[in-house]
Design a binder for this molecule. Structure first.
Ligand SMILES: *Cc1c(COP(=O)(O)O)cnc(C)c1O
Length: 425
């Protein structure tokens, strides 16, 4: 059965989340399918940031640490993020970057594991994990005399041997959009005596997550993707409360101290997740992140993450079906799982030749996705499209595939201008 533009319009008319689009500044003539890389700016952000700059900083100056609650911002924003990831209040802080937070939790996990099981000296992750996660793990393993073992997704269970201290995975794969079964994988890690660390960079605000129900040990996540916090927004860190007070993390700066304003020469970690902070946090960026997180919390009165998930799957299903119906004969493949239980909020197409140029040609037409390079082996070049149900509609999906079809049918992507690589892809 062919899907028509009219069908897509009808789906938009029935969409219970449709009005949430008005919370965002969407540039005219752009269909933005890159919210998985840099989320769209909420309409509330410029005024809020201007207020932090002109009133809180400009007028209230140093009194803002108390008067405008600056000092508690990482916990305040952390508590809002907690609602999206199944974490209890007081167990998340919004702070530093994902890479830095990963260093902290992985260090803490190594300390915890070593205290109970000194013979376990291995960290397992996936070869196709986001590189910064692997780089941080590699560096830490070198420093601590651990080894890092990288496997394919189907080899994870077999890799959980008695040497393993920590299983470190990204919940939704950045290249393919494939999603792990968080409760099952966490249970398998625990069964094998390993700790479970999740990176939620492509999950928080994108798919329902329940860290508490899964019984995970540590998690980190990103503020500028689906949380719409702005470029370089603070990331977040969660530690299961059963572990938080057992160890410090090594970036033991004064913002993680129990009494930072006592200015004592020795370190006493703050109780709870506050000890995962390091130094002074960026207030302007935290205010922008809060505006972004608020756009997701606005969905709570429209069915929350469950409703976002239903729409996200409907959007990605529609995109996959339309590409299948309308873009035949160009050697386009699908890297994203068809099974809903294994799919994040993005669709990744493969093409042996021209993936980068096709993405550039689409961007020139106002359809913004991105490109991720393959390798010479198992992974092909990828055209990546993120679907953010807060601001993407069904007719947007129609237009995106229509443009893709035109780019492919006309061979427009072969033009020289679309084949020049930029520094950031
Ligand atoms: C986006 C992303 C990061 C980003 O890390 P930064 O420290 O913000 O640069 C890390 N890990 C994963 C899995 C990501 O998708």
């Amino acid at each position: 059965m062919t899907i028509t533009q009219q069908d897509c319009r009808a789906l938009d008319a029935q969409d219970p989340l449709r009005t949430l689009r008005d919370l965002f500044h969407l540039p005219e003539g752009t269909i933005y399918l890159d919210g998985n890389s840099l989320g769209v700016m909420p309409r509330a952000t410029p005024a809020r940031v201007a207020d932090v700059v002109t009133r809180e900083w400009g007028t209230d100056l140093i009194q803002s640490w108390n008067k405008n609650d600056w000092f508690a911002m990482p916990q305040k924003v952390g508590d809002k993020i907690a609602r999206l990831i199944g974490a209890a209040p007081g167990t998340v802080v919004a702070t530093d970057s994902t890479s830095i937070n990963l260093f902290k939790v992985l260090s803490a996990a190594i300390n915890l594991s070593t205290a109970d099981h000194p013979q376990r000296k291995r960290i397992v992750s996936e070869r196709s994990n986001f590189p910064t996660d692997l780089y941080i793990a590699e560096a830490l393993c070198k420093e601590r005399g651990f080894d890092l073992v990288l496997v394919e997704p189907e080899e994870i269970a077999a890799a959980l041997t008695p040497e393993v201290a920590v299983l470190m995975l990204t919940h939704v794969n950045y290249r393919t959009g494939a999603m792990h079964d968080m409760p099952a994988v966490t249970a398998a890690a625990h069964e094998a005596g390993a700790l479970m660390l999740w990176d939620l960079a492509h999950s928080a605000g994108a798919v329902p997550v329940d860290l508490t129900a899964a019984g995970a040990d540590y998690a980190v996540g990103c503020g500028y993707k689906y949380l719409n916090g702005g470029p370089g927004a603070p990331a977040f860190v969660w530690v299961n409360p059963r572990h938080t007070d057992r160890f410090w993390q090594p970036l033991a700066g004064w913002w993680g101290h129990a009494t930072p304003f006592a200015f004592t020469p020795d370190y006493q970690p703050a109780p709870g997740i506050t000890r995962y902070q390091c130094g002074t946090q960026p207030m302007i960026s935290l205010a922008a992140l809060e505006c972004g997180v608020d756009t997701l919390l606005a969905a709570e009165t429209h069915g929350g993450m469950a409703a976002l998930r239903t729409k996200s799957l409907a959007l990605t299903d529609l995109f996959i079906s339309l590409v299948d119906e309308r873009c035949q004969g160009h050697g386009i493949g699908l890297a994203t799982p068809l099974d809903h239980a294994q799919r994040g909020s993005q669709v990744c197409l493969t093409k042996d030749e021209g993936a980068y140029a096709i993405v550039q040609a689409l961007i020139a037409r106002g359809v913004v996705g991105d490109y991720r390079a393959g390798d010479s082996g198992k992974h092909k070049d990828i055209l990546r499209f993120g679907f953010t149900p807060l601001y993407i509609g069904f007719e947007d999906v129609w237009h995106s595939v229509d443009h893709l079809k035109q780019v492919l049918d006309s061979g427009e992507w072969q033009r020289a201008e679309f084949n020049q690589k930029h520094a950031v892809t």
